[in-house]
Design a protein around this ligand. Structure first.
Ligand code: ADP
Length: 326
């Protein structure tokens, strides 16, 4: 069963007139003998959420790190906030202020308290002196860590560390946030809290690029999805576009009968295997009643009906031949 996340509406402005906050073209990166990126492309519009999904080793982290200036590309074009940036060089101070990076591995100081971590990161991100106290206060409230502000980060639960990690990456209120697997090792309660936190940034118009293994979360949160494999994108679009391009939008209907039909069923489009009857339908509400009526007429009693609506997981499987859990 799918979990439901407390989400606000996705951005739905139509693409062409919107400003690109991030554009990367033909990104190549090789680590010794390993090709991590092989011509990857990516575009993110202001206020949008873009999910980067792909099997392990697809190049997602390398791509995120290259945008943050932490990996230097071998070749490629990178544009941030409409300005060309040399992706083969270290990132500038200006970028540090406008981008927030939340890495997969926790990047907080375990031997410092929550509040000390926040003050340290405020200084790192060059938050103006007069704003620091207010930003740290905001971050403590936002993460729900105010009461634990004087406790060592190293003593926090996994979920609390993740929340602090996220706050440290965004307390300078950047326009673009790069999130690498924000939910790794997070319990369901903290997960909801983190989605709430991210949604409050969405409401402020922050653009987010996130990598995730949680395809159901990507499906619910992201405006667009890029599927990366072997260092370049193999598909890109909204969830609906990706479903249409790959598995098709038909629902798969499976009906379990109580007993074997006494005579062969003569209903179009059905595949029958033992007690299981399967078919595909575009319009469940319109087509299912007549199928059930036909089964009744054929004296087939229905025990159970299952309907599967195509998801990002189906798209992923169809494109890569693998499940992300493999
Ligand atoms: P993903 O995030 O999709 O799992 P990565 O970008 O981490 O993929 O890795 C892509 C490939 O590049 C992998 O084969 C990985 O082992 C390799 N790689 C990534 N970073 C380094 C590095 N610093 N040194 C050597 N190889 C690396």
């Amino acid at each position: 069963m799918q979990t439901s996340y407390p989400i606000t509406s996705k951005s739905h402005e139509q693409g062409s007139q919107m400003e690109n906050v991030l554009e990367i073209r033909n990104a190549y990166k090789r680590f010794n003998g390993t090709k991590a990126l092989c011509g990857a492309n990516l575009t993110l519009q202001r206020g949008h959420w873009l999910a980067l999904v792909g099997p392990n080793g697809a190049g997602k982290t390398t791509l995120i790190r290259s945008i943050a200036g932490r990996v230097r590309l071998d070749t490629g074009q990178l544009s941030l906030f409409g300005q060309q940036v040399d992706p083969t060089r270290a990132s500038s101070e200006v970028l540090r202020r406008r981008i927030g990076v939340v890495p997969q591995d926790l990047a907080i100081y375990f031997h410092l308290t929550a509040i000390e971590n926040l003050f340290s990161f405020a200084a790192f991100h060059r938050v103006d002196q007069e704003d620091i106290k207010q930003r740290v206060h905001w971050a403590l409230e936002w993460t729900g860590l105010n009461e634990r502000r004087n406790d060592l980060a190293g003593d926090f639960s996994g979920g609390m560390k993740r929340r602090l990690n996220l706050a440290c990456g965004v307390l300078h209120q950047p326009e673009l946030i790069l999130l690498d697997e924000p939910m790794v090792g997070v319990d369901p309660q903290s997960r909801e809290r983190i989605w709430d936190m991210l949604n409050s940034l969405r409401e402020k118009g922050t653009s987010i690029l996130l990598t995730t293994h949680q395809l159901d979360e990507a499906q619910q949160m992201a405006d667009r999805v890029i599927v990366l494999d072997h260092g370049c994108e193999i598909a890109e679009g909204t969830i609906d576009e990706l479903i249409l391009q790959t598995v098709g939008e038909d629902h798969q209907v499976e009906i379990l009968l109580r007993e074997q039909p006494t005579s062969p069923l003569k209903i179009d489009g059905l595949s029958i295997e033992g007690l299981r009857v399967r078919c595909r339908m575009i319009d469940i509400a319109g087509q299912l009643p007549s199928l059930l009526a036909n089964l009744k007429e054929a004296r087939c009693e229905v025990q159970e009906i299952r309907i599967h609506t195509p998801t990002l997981r189906d798209v992923f499987l169809s494109l890569t031949g693998r499940d992300l859990r493999e």
